[in-house]
Design a binder for this molecule. Structure first.
Ligand SMILES: *Cc1c(COP(=O)(O)O)cnc(C)c1O
Length: 454
């Protein structure tokens, strides 16, 4: 399997090169040059457990790693989860909730980032190379990325976050990791400052090369691929029917993996994009216009996003794999903050719905009193949105985080703050972080000093 860019300027890239490249060199996103079709082989997949589905699926997209190595890396990656089956189910009348938050940082991002860490480590060791990963986080991504990389010998990870603007729990999940290959950088500024510094450092190509900088954000194809696993797995749990999925959505990374599973021939029906008040995607699916709005801070902060970085991959398929049209659309959007598809959007796959904060908290309270089941605000956005689907298919709601990650919102909704053993001891641990002003050169200095000490 080879990989190419959505913008048409890069092709013939191997999986491992795509893994290390992150964003394509022409500014586009990497995608496989074809999508493997499994539709005639589904009976063989039905009795597999989660890790076995993962092993089979990854081999269809990765042909430049030894299959035995890949199998071993895959089972090792998922052994860090609290339950052997990796994911868990909860039935709420008609709805099937798929809990993806049993990994080390209690958010679905662990599914991809535990695997990515193992892949990076293996590929770098093979090549005799090292990597410095630089990332910026406004919350959950940082801790999941750190948990995927901590303790590895050939990788260092540097995470920028805005001082005082992430929750103290989120900060502790990063700063209490003891491994010295992890550096948490508290920036005196906003999340936008962190992103600006990160982009500016990546665009200094000499620096990027001298310090072998890599990225782990959600544009990395391997993250999408890892997420296809749970759509494939979940869709096979019911015979003779397709399954509809409801997905709390921010960057369109999670739900795009469901789209790939459907394209592969897994029995996926419709995909419901559930957003909070940051509704750029909901507006797009309803009107065909993709236009930038203001970013609101909500009680489901991991979805407080206007520009959805993975949306470009969907548009590429929407435009029948026409890189030229895609490029035109993205350039128009970059220039004017809006772009439209021509004619009505054919929504035979995607549905969309936007949920307000009061409705989100009300849903948390309702589910708690009706089923004695506590959900986090992101999952609540999905469960509320599921009411808008009319379907004969089973509906699977993707649950993206453990409620203990969002104690304030839960306290407001149900009157108590849920806890989890992985979080409750954090405030007793030693913290490690460096504070810098919102200045690129200070961040570069930290990377330079740490490389000097290898
Ligand atoms: C990241 C995140 C999301 C959004 O996922 P996307 O892939 O950006 O759509 C939703 N919920 C939680 C808890 C998250 O951490």
């Amino acid at each position: 399997m080879k990989y190419r860019s959505t913008r048409g300027g890069v092709s013939g890239i191997s999986f491992t090169d795509a893994l290390l490249m992150g964003l394509a060199d022409d500014g586009g996103l990497l995608i496989p040059d074809h999508i493997p079709d499994v539709s005639s082989r589904l009976q063989d997949w039905r009795n597999l457990n989660f890790v076995q589905v993962a092993q089979r699926l990854l081999k269809l997209f990765i042909d430049d790693l030894e299959h035995d190595d890949l199998d071993a890396l895959t089972s090792e990656a998922f052994s860090s989860f609290d339950i052997p089956e990796v994911v868990a189910w909860k039935q709420l009348d008609q709805l099937h909730v798929l809990e993806l938050f049993h990994g080390p940082t209690l958010a679905f991002k662990d599914v991809a980032l535990q695997l990515l860490g193992k892949l990076f480590e293996h590929v770098l060791a093979d090549r005799g190379e090292t990597l410095n990963i630089l990332g910026a986080t406004s919350g959950d991504t940082g801790s999941a990325a750190i948990a995927g990389i901590a303790g590895m010998e050939n990788i260092k990870i540097f995470i920028l976050y805005p001082k005082g603007r992430i929750s103290s729990l989120q900060e502790l999940q990063m700063t209490t990791v003891p491994d010295t290959n992890v550096q948490c950088i508290s920036v005196n500024g906003t999340f936008d400052d962190c992103q600006r510094i990160m982009k500016s450092i990546f665009s200094d190509l000499d620096f990027k090369e001298a310090y072998s900088l890599g990225a782990i954000n959600s544009v990395n194809w391997a993250r999408v691929l890892a997420q296809v696993i749970y759509y494939a797995y979940a869709s096979l749990q019911k015979e003779n029917t397709s399954v509809d999925f409801v997905v709390p959505t921010g960057n369109f990374g999670n739900i795009f993996a469901g789209f790939i599973a459907k394209k592969m021939g897994f029995p996926v029906g419709r995909l419901l994009v559930a957003t909070n008040e940051n509704d750029i995607l909901d507006r797009f699916f309803k009107t065909g216009e993709y236009s930038l709005g203001e970013v609101f801070r909500t009680n489901s902060p991991a979805m407080d996003i206007q520009v959805a970085s993975n949306f470009e991959r969907f548009l590429f398929y929407y435009f029948d794999e026409d890189a030229e049209r895609l490029r035109g659309f993205m350039e128009e959007f970059a220039r004017s903050g809006k772009a439209s598809v021509v004619g009505p959007l054919s929504s035979d796959i995607f549905l969309s719905c936007s949920i307000s904060q009061p409705d989100t908290e009300e849903t948390i309270a309702e589910i708690n009193s009706k089923y004695d089941y506590v959900i986090d605000p992101h999952t609540a956005v999905g469960i509320r949105a599921a009411r808008s689907i009319v379907t004969d298919n089973p509906i699977v709601c993707i649950s993206t985080a453990h409620p203990a990650k969002f104690p304030d919102a839960l306290g407001r909704a149900i009157g108590h703050r849920p806890t989890h053993a992985r979080l409750s001891g954090l405030s007793d641990l030693q913290e490690r972080k460096q504070e810098v002003s919102a200045d690129e050169s200070e961040v570069k200095k930290i990377i330079q000093n740490s490389s000097a000490s290898i």
